[in-house]
Design a protein. Structure first.
Length: 154
């Protein structure tokens, strides 16, 4: 598994149902599963990867300050960005067929990636991307009409 500096964590009302759905819709794999104790099932800890890459933590509403978008009026304070190594359009169709709400259809972006956005059954926003062409920083700047500050993009 990758050694991540940042590992996002998403909170669900029903984390075990979320694991099943995330596997079916997005092709994620469960890499760790620790069920919460009988008296506190929301304190379980689960981890998933995408094609053996990356890591995301999935958990339950274990405290008053943790909420799924389904428990917070649909609000998202962040979204999870996942870079796919394969066919983004097929991935989008897989998610759609699993009942995901596609909020932005696949579209090529000025920086060389193809991107779509989707809401899962509890309202978490996911952004999936795949690299489709190399773009220089100068080309991207020309496309948006403003300078880009980037340490590793020439």
């Amino acid at each position: 598994m990758d050694e991540n500096t940042f590992t996002p964590s998403v909170v669900y009302r029903d984390p075990k149902a979320a694991l099943t759905w995330l596997e079916r819709a997005f092709g994620f794999e469960t890499t760790m599963a620790i069920d919460g104790p009988t008296e506190a099932p929301t304190q379980g800890h689960y981890e998933m990867s995408c094609g053996g890459r990356g890591r995301i933590i999935v958990g339950g509403e274990f405290a008053d300050w943790t909420r799924s978008p389904a428990g917070a009026g649909g609000a998202n304070t962040q979204f999870v960005a996942v870079h796919l190594p394969g066919d983004l359009d097929s991935h989008c169709e897989r998610a759609r067929n699993a009942g995901a709400q596609i909020v932005a259809e696949p579209e090529d972006q000025f920086y060389g990636d193809r991107v779509y956005r989707v809401l899962d059954p509890e309202g978490h926003c996911w952004r999936f991307s795949a690299h489709v062409r190399d773009v220089s920083k100068a080309e991207a700047e020309a496309a948006i009409g403003q300078p880009i500050m980037a340490a590793d993009w020439s």
